[in-house]
Design a protein around this ligand. Structure first.
Ligand SMILES: [Zn+2]
Length: 99
């Protein structure tokens, strides 16, 4: 198994960030915020605590598609940013077990 990381261009990131910005204005996104639930931990945190998160980060080749964008609470978002992918998997598993 190879762990080769594909090169992601700045252009890709710029373009996808732009798309994410326009998605913020859609009803689809507003509805997600309205629910106030974090995609990862399923806690009801309220819309103010929710942030837009890419399941597959743009820096790893993810896109700003509805399938790749979720509403995450600040706590999960921070964890995701600082944990290694493998540690993030562990974190998700521990969330699943605690519910
Ligand atoms: Zn969360």
């Amino acid at each position: 198994m190879s762990f080769e990381i594909d090169f992601v261009s700045d252009d890709h990131i710029k373009r996808e960030k732009e798309k994410a910005r326009s998605l913020r204005r859609t009803h689809w996104w507003q509805n997600k915020l309205q629910k106030g639930t974090c995609y990862y931990c399923n806690r009801e945190v309220g819309r103010k605590q929710l942030t837009m998160d890419h399941v597959v980060p743009l820096s790893r080749g993810g896109n700003s598609t509805k399938g790749n964008i979720v509403a995450a609470c600040k706590e999960c978002n921070t964890q995701k940013k600082y944990l290694l992918p493998i540690e993030w998997e562990e974190y998700l598993k521990s969330l699943a077990e605690s519910t």
